[in-house]
Design a protein around this ligand. Structure first.
Ligand code: ATR
Length: 290
C-alpha cells in the first residue's frame, strides 16, 4: 500500500544552506500536526525555470515555496497570479500552489518589516529615514515605506554602486510614488544626525572585519538603527549605535514575521499564538548554536 506523498514546502535561492526557515516552519508543522515538511531547494540560475515547470505539474508534492536571494525578482516570470503588493514591489518571497497547480506570489518581507517596526513602537509617519543598500531587501523596505499611508516625511538612500540604486529606483518608480526619496552619492549626505531611522540593507557587517559604513559620530540617541543582518546578532553598526544611546534592532524579527505571514498564506489561517512563539523559539535556539 503506498502512502500519500507528504506535502513539501521549501526555500529556493542560492545560497540557502544556512536558512533558518526549515527549523521555523517544521516546528510549526509539528505543532499544527500536519503531515508536511519544509526543505531546502538550492538552485543555480539555469535550474529555476525547470523547477517552476515541475511545480506546475499535476502530482508535484510541493505546495508552497519561499524565495530568497537572488531570485525574488526573477520568479515573477513564472507566477500565475501576483498579489497587489508583490506586483508593486516587483518582488516575491512567498508562493502558494493551489490544488490545480496555479501559483500565487506574495511579498511578506515588507509587512514583516512593518510589523516589527510597529512592535518596536516606531511610527513611520512624518519621520526622516536613511537607507543604505540597493539589493532585494532594500527594494521591499524602500517600496513599502513609500506606499503606506503613514509615509515618512523623507527618505535618503545611499548605495556604494550608484547605478544599482538608480536602476532600483527607476524600476520601483514605475509603480510607486517615490517623491519622498532622495538618492545621495556620499554616505555623509544621508543626514543620519537628523534622521529618526537608519536601515542597513547591505551585507556589510556579516563579517567581523567588515568596516562601519557610516560615521559613528552621526549616530544619536533619538535614532532607531535597524540592521537587517541577524548573524551575527550584533554587528559593528549595532554596537556603535548602542554606544551612542540609539535604539537598535536586527533582522531576526523581520525574518520571523515574514515566516509567520508566509505560513499563514499556505495554511490559509491565522496561526495560534503558541505556534508563533514556538517558531520564534526554534530560530533563537538555532542561532544559539553559532
Ligand atoms: P540583498 O539582495 O540581500 O540585499 P545583495 O543583492 O547582494 O543582497 O546586496 C548587497 C548590498 O550590499 C548591495 O547594496 C551592495 O552594494 P553594491 O550594490 O555597491 O555592491 C552592498 N555591499 C556589499 N559589500 C559592500 C561594501 N564593502 N561596501 C558597501 N556596500 C557593500
Amino acid at each position: 500500500m503506498s502512502e500519500a506523498a507528504k506535502a513539501l514546502y521549501g526555500i529556493i535561492g542560492n545560497p540557502v544552506a544556512h536558512s533558518l526557515s526549515p527549523v521555523m516552519h517544521n516546528t510549526a508543522f509539528e505543532m499544527l500536526d500536519v503531515d508536511a515538511e519544509y526543505t531546502l531547494f538550492p538552485l543555480e540560475a539555469d535550474e529555476v525555470k525547470p523547477f517552476f515547470d515541475r511545480l506546475h505539474e499535476e502530482g508535484s508534492p510541493i505546495f508552497g515555496v519561499n524565495v530568497t536571494v537572488p531570485y525574488k525578482e526573477k520568479v515573477l516570470d513564472y507566477i500565475d497570479i501576483l498579489s497587489p503588493l508583490a506586483q508593486k514591489l516587483g518582488a516575491v518571497n512567498t508562493i502558494v500552489v493551489s490544488k490545480d497547480r496555479k501559483l500565487t506570489g506574495y511579498n511578506t518581507d515588507a509587512p514583516g518589516f512593518l510589523t516589527h517596526l510597529g512592535q518596536l513602537g516606531f511610527k513611520t509617519e512624518g519621520k526622516r529615514v536613511a537607507i543604505i543598500g540597493a539589493g532585494g531587501s532594500c527594494r521591499a523596505i524602500l517600496g513599502t515605506l513609500c506606499m503606506i499611508p503613514e509615509r515618512p516625511e523623507a527618505i535618503r538612500i545611499y548605495n556604494r554602486t550608484a547605478s544599482r540604486v538608480e536602476a532600483l529606483m527607476e524600476d520601483l518608480g514605475e509603480r510607486i510614488d517615490l517623491s519622498i526619496v532622495e538618492l545621495v552619492h556620499d554616505v555623509d549626505d544621508l543626514n543620519i544626525e537628523l534622521a529618526d531611522l537608519l536601515v542597513n540593507t547591505t551585507s556589510v557587517g556579516l563579517k567581523e572585519e567588515d568596516p562601519l559604513l557610516v560615521d559613528e559620530e552621526n549616530l544619536h540617541s533619538s535614532l532607531l538603527v535597524y540592521d537587517l543582518i541577524y548573524r551575527p546578532a550584533r554587528t559593528q553598526l549595532i554596537r556603535a549605535a548602542e554606544e551612542r544611546g540609539a535604539q537598535t534592532a536586527n533582522g531576526l524579527d523581520m525574518l520571523f514575521y515574514q515566516g509567520v505571514l508566509s505560513l499563514q498564506h499556505w495554511a490559509n489561517m491565522e496561526l495560534p499564538e503558541e505556534v508563533k512563539s514556538a517558531m520564534k523559539a526554534a530560530i533563537e535556539r538555532e542561532l544559539a548554536h553559532d
